[in-house]
Design a protein around this ligand. Structure first.
Ligand code: 5GP
Length: 120
C-alpha cells in the first residue's frame, strides 16, 4: 500500500508558497520549477498541484483529466525549454529502489547535454 501523504513535504510547501522556487511554468494541473541541485544544464521538476505521493499513487488514483493535463504540461515545458530538437529525458523516481526522496510526485526533466544511457 502507498504511504499516506505527508503535507509537510518540501514540494507541498513550495505549492503553498511557504518555500521559494524558481518557477518555470504553472497551470491548472501542474507547477514546474528548477531543481535546486541540477544534474544537467536543464533540470526542471514538474509536480501535480494535488497531493500524490508518487507516480504509483498518481497513475492508480488520479482522474483521467488530471493525468492528461499533467502529462501535457510535462511535454509543453520541455518544448518551451527548447529541448525537443536536441532531445531530453523524463524520469520518475518511485520509492526506495527508485531513490525517491521527496514524497510528492515529481517528473524530472533533464536536458542541455547528451545524457548517456542508463543501464541496469
Ligand atoms: P527525488 O530523489 O525525490 O526523485 O528528487 C528530489 C529532487 O528534489 C532532487 O533532484 C533535489 O535536488 C530536489 N530538491 C530537493 N529539495 C529541493 C528544494 O527545496 N527546492 C528545489 N527546487 N528542489 C529541491
Amino acid at each position: 500500500a502507498t504511504q499516506p501523504y505527508d503535507d509537510q513535504n518540501i514540494f507541498a510547501k513550495v505549492l503553498r508558497g511557504e518555500l521559494p522556487s524558481k518557477k518555470v511554468y504553472e497551470d491548472e494541473w501542474a507547477l514546474a520549477f528548477h531543481d535546486i541541485n541540477p544534474q544537467a544544464p536543464v533540470h526542471i521538476l514538474v509536480v501535480p498541484k494535488r497531493a500524490y505521493v508518487s507516480w504509483d499513487d498518481f497513475s492508480a488514483k488520479a482522474p483521467d483529466a488530471e493525468i492528461a493535463g499533467f502529462s501535457r504540461a510535462v511535454g509543453r515545458i520541455a518544448r518551451d525549454a527548447g529541448l525537443v530538437e536536441p532531445g531530453y529525458r523524463v524520469l520518475y523516481n518511485v520509492g526506495g529502489h527508485g531513490g525517491q526522496e521527496i514524497p510528492h510526485l515529481h517528473a524530472h526533466i533533464f536536458g542541455g547535454r547528451p545524457l548517456g544511457r542508463m543501464v541496469g
